[in-house]
Design a protein around this ligand. Structure first.
Ligand SMILES: [Zn+2]
Length: 258
């Protein structure tokens, strides 16, 4: 069956209204019997993903469903947590895999089984923390691990197109963004633009830093579940999990919060 991803992306680039263009272009070529694929395509192109893809000039692979992880959401979460246990106990294995994975699997496509939204903090190297290699985790990072439209767009692309099975929203010990929000510090430039995103967690947890960091991870995870139609749809179908987590700098351990 002809998959009209090429027509979607090329049409999107030329049309000033990429979402409408992409929607109309997929109605005809898809046969009625394959309703699940139709739903997938509609879901893919009607959200912010289409704009993201058009803007970035990204190419879809011809059959993205075939290039996605076969893990269940629970198994994907377990894989992450087992990787973290290897990291915390100093038994990393990912470096042994790099060359083979790079050569065999990731030149033409990517099939990350998990996505992580983490803070930009230099002490939170996401792949290392989960003992994962090239092509395994779709990572978005922003100070305070806050959910913004651009973060949602990225995670929607990971979920709807690349097939990530779990999204971990991960706060970490000693987070400077949360600390600054608690203190309502005067800061230069646009740093304070982070405060409104984090303030609900401070309102909920008070001035206790660790409690506010954990509350923030849970609030951002809930926000992602609710504000993304793509993610909430996949959650309802049990095709993805969104889980809040906390990374302890001293022990190297990740704890699930939900
Ligand atoms: Zn931080």
């Amino acid at each position: 069956m002809a998959i009209p991803f090429d027509s979607i992306t090329s049409g999107s680039r030329q049309d000033p209204s990429p979402v409408c263009s992409a929607e109309s272009s997929i109605q005809g070529p898809i046969s009625d019997h394959d309703s699940s694929r139709r739903r997938f395509l509609q879901m893919t192109v009607t959200g912010t993903v289409a704009g993201l893809v058009a803007a970035a000039g990204m190419e879809f692979t011809p059959s993205p469903l075939l290039a996605q992880s076969k893990l269940s959401p629970d198994a994907a979460l377990q894989e992450l947590m087992e990787g973290n246990r290897r990291f915390a106990s100093g038994r990393l294995t990912a470096f042994e895999q790099d060359l083979a994975i790079l050569k065999q699997n990731t030149v033409e496509k990517q099939e990350p089984f998990a996505a992580v939204l983490s803070c930009a903090d230099s002490r939170v190297p996401v792949e290392l923390i989960f003992d994962q290699s090239i092509g395994h985790i779709f990572v978005t990072r922003v100070a305070g691990n806050v959910v913004t439209p651009e973060i949602i767009a990225s995670l929607e692309y990971g979920a709807a197109v690349l097939g990530t099975k779990v999204i971990l929203v991960m706060g970490h010990g000693g987070c400077g963004a949360v600390k600054a929000t608690i203190q309502a510090k005067e800061v230069p430039g646009q740093i304070s633009a982070l405060y409104p995103h984090i303030q609900p967690a401070v309102d909920q947890a008070g001035s206790n830093l660790e409690a506010a960091i954990k509350a923030n991870a849970k609030i951002q995870a809930a926000l992602l579940r609710e504000s993304s139609t793509v993610v909430s749809g996949l959650v309802k179908e049990s095709k993805i999990k969104v889980v809040a987590a906390y990374y302890d700098l001293a022990s190297g351990s990740v704890t699930l919060l939900d």
